[in-house]
Design a protein around this ligand. Structure first.
Ligand SMILES: CC(C)(COP(=O)(O)OP(=O)(O)OC[C@H]1O[C@@H](n2cnc3c(N)ncnc32)[C@H](O)[C@@H]1O)[C@@H](O)C(=O)NCCC(=O)NCCS
Ligand SMILES: Nc1ncnc2c1ncn2[C@@H]1O[C@H](COP(=O)(O)OP(=O)(O)OP(=O)(O)O)[C@@H](O)[C@H]1O
Length: 240
């Protein structure tokens, strides 16, 4: 288990580009992964503040008889209407942001030094400045469409609407630090993943060390030692 560094690795991509597949590879190598999609699900559970805000913005029609959000129904609404999508994003963003921050904080307190955050909308939500390096799972547009239709058993129109709701993978490519091309086979993906691991586990930069738990402890300790030395010196000089 990697426990020597503090690095928040951003894992992003497009819908069905293979983020969860890569995320599972990280987990298989014992890296902790915070998944924004899971955080977003939690935020939308019946009774949570996010749920209340969404119900007041979209009305009771988006609820199932048991009071939980009818996710496919809400998906139909937001992926076919950009204004509604922006509204949902606006309503949920602070809760999702806080949820991710909280999960990262808990892992940091547990002593993990490399934490992977899997955020599909990392660039769209302007969260990229909190992660370094940013790993993008890229795939060509035809493969993305085919995989999405196959996985979710959806029509081409529906799948294309969902893809169009996100920043293009080509644009994301220009903003990422590391790119995994997942157009090929799973074997191909695993090989690229191995090279990414080498880069991600490189020694800490000074800034990263500063943010590690050991770095913070050292910083606080040096302040305490500095203050003690100052008082000891003043006591010594006043006694002369
Ligand atoms: C609309 C909802 C209810 C549909 O639920 P559903 O179970 O069908 O999809 P799921 O949550 O598994 O999302 C699948 C993928 O859709 C894409 N996606 C989800 N929300 C959005 C969005 N607002 N804009 C663009 N793409 C999105 C992501 O790539 C995600 O991985 C759900 O996606 C949701 O609550 N979305 C808003 C929260 C959000 O922004 N999630 C992304 C986290 S960064
Ligand atoms: N290299 C590959 N070869 C064939 N199929 C793949 C490959 N990589 C991923 N897949 C399949 O493509 C689909 C999408 O992958 P995955 O669920 O990992 O994408 P995702 O980016 O996490 O999607 P979402 O944003 O919707 O959560 C899945 O059915 C997965 O099994």
């Amino acid at each position: 288990m990697e426990r020597k560094r503090m690095r928040i690795v951003g894992l992003t991509g497009g819908i069905a580009s293979g983020k969860s597949t890569v995320s599972n590879l990280f987990k298989a190598h014992d890296f902790p992964v915070v998944e924004a999609d899971l955080v977003a699900r939690d935020v939308l559970k019946k009774g949570k503040t996010g749920w209340k805000k969404v119900v007041s913005a979209f009305g009771d029609d988006i609820l199932q008889p048991d009071g939980e959000v009818d996710r496919p129904k809400l998906g139909q609404i937001i992926f076919s209407n950009p204004e509604k999508r922006k509204l949902l994003n606006r309503v949920l963003a602070p809760y999702i942001w806080f949820g991710i921050f909280w999960e990262v904080l808990k892992l940091w307190m547990e002593g993990f030094k490399i934490i992977v955050v899997d955020v599909p909308l990392l660039f769209e939500a302007k969260m990229e400045k909190w992660t370094k390096p940013i790993v993008l799972v890229w795939v060509d547009s035809e493969t993305q469409l085919q995989r999405l239709m196959l996985r979710d058993s959806t029509s081409e129109d529906d799948a294309q609407n969902r893809i169009n709701a996100q920043m293009s993978l080509d644009l994301k490519k220009t903003k990422a630090d590391l790119v995994i091309d997942n157009t090929g086979s799973l074997k191909d993906l695993r090989e690229q993943f191995r090279s990414i691991l080498v880069i991600i586990t490189k020694p800490l930069t000074w800034t990263e060390f500063g943010f590690s738990r050991r770095g913070v402890a050292l910083f606080l300790l040096s302040i305490v030692v500095g203050v003690l030395m100052y008082f000891q010196r003043s006591l010594y000089t006043s006694s002369l």
